[in-house]
Write a new protein. Structure first.
Length: 357
């Protein structure tokens, strides 16, 4: 998802030596792509900081381990929610850390081109926030690419041909659905439903059914361990979770089954299915025929949810495939887009790629 870049490190501008940089700044994870090196950094989008002073204590994996476990004077937060920036200042601090880490602490002296992923539903205000971060950070050029276009490139689809392809990118904060042809987005829909909403639904379900309070990290672990999007094919499974009894206030453990997790996440999953159907219904007949032949390609961390491909296939009647290494497709796509700026810029007047100078 989105923004990024060279940020001011200790008052100086951090400038990479002519390397093109792409950043997938997601609600759940940040990935940094450097041209010629590939993805060199992948960490959770979490920052732990002192509540009063705002001093950063930890970022990324270390901060994620603190979620729900911090003392009163420290807070661990996700500065992005639903695919967009919820706290600009904290996001900037997080980016400063990640870019510094990606650079290995070194400074370079040639301003780079920057490719930033954004959701297809991003507003003008949100675009300007991305622009400000990139340009102030020292970018020579700042390009914005919509996530479904980057995901398609990273998944290995040849979107430059006059043939329709459909991508469903299920991220942490958003799901982006798009039909692509001739290097651009022909039709799309973005909804602020993704892996985080699945986790929230599980937390609420456990609270409602068991009067047990659990954290979002436990909800995510429950989803990954026994969650499924398609019950008919799922093998019965259960796991024990621990939380705080909302009545007694004491720690308590309960056993949650796969069927229960399915029931918990069914509502947000139904929203994703409905959005995919809506895009298909708006697709031109010729492009729809191409999609029937090629199938739907799924990317993003949410596509790793057990059975989500079978759910979509059952609901649409189309073949559904999960891309190889779906979690990194968007980040890889930013790098491929940087290698083909000229080609993609020709289609940017349609939709998908934008340049900010």
């Amino acid at each position: 998802m989105y923004r990024h870049i060279f940020l001011i490190l200790k008052g100086d501008k951090l400038m990479f030596g002519g390397s093109d940089i792409g950043v997938d700044l997601g609600t759940a994870n940040v990935m940094v792509f450097v041209k010629g090196k590939g993805i060199i950094l992948q960490e959770p989008s979490v920052v732990a900081m002192e509540r009063e002073s705002g001093r950063v204590i930890a970022v990324g994996s270390e901060a994620r381990r603190m979620l729900g476990r911090t003392p009163g004077n420290i807070v661990a937060i996700r500065p992005l929610r639903d695919g967009v920036i919820a706290d600009y200042d904290v996001t900037e601090k997080m980016l400063r850390y990640f870019i510094s880490k990606a650079a290995g602490g070194r400074k370079f002296f040639f301003r780079p081109r920057i490719m930033v992923c954004i959701p297809s539903s991003v507003t003008g205000v949100e675009e300007r926030a991305v622009r400000q971060a990139a340009i102030q950070a020292g970018a020579k050029e700042a390009h914005l690419i919509e996530e479904p276009l980057a995901a398609a490139l990273g998944a290995g689809l040849d979107i430059t041909q006059p043939s329709g392809s459909m991508i469903v990118d299920v991220g942490g904060g958003t799901t982006d659905i798009a039909v692509l042809s001739l290097g651009g987005i022909v039709g799309s829909k973005s909804l602020r439903v993704g892996g985080d909403k699945f986790d929230e639904a599980i937390v609420k379900y456990v609270r409602r059914e068991y009067s047990l309070a659990i954290g979002e990290r436990t909800g995510e672990e429950l989803k990954m361990e026994v969650g499924t999007a398609y019950l008919p094919d799922a093998i019965d499974k259960s796991t024990e979770i621990r939380g705080r009894d909302m009545i007694s206030g004491l720690p308590r453990a309960v056993v949650v089954t796969r069927r229960q997790v399915y029931e918990a996440i069914k509502e947000p999953l139904d929203l994703v299915v409905a959005a995919v159907k809506e895009v298909l219904e708006r697709t031109a007949p010729e492009l729809a025929a191409d999609i029937i032949n090629k199938g739907i390609i799924m990317t993003g961390g949410g596509s790793l949810l057990d059975g989500i491909d079978r759910l979509l296939a059952n609901e649409t009647g189309l073949p559904v495939y999960i891309a190889e290494d779906p979690l990194t497709c968007v980040a890889k796509g930013t790098g491929l887009a940087l290698n083909n700026i000229g080609l993609l810029s020709a289609s940017s007047k349609k939709k998908g790629l934008k340049k900010i100078v």
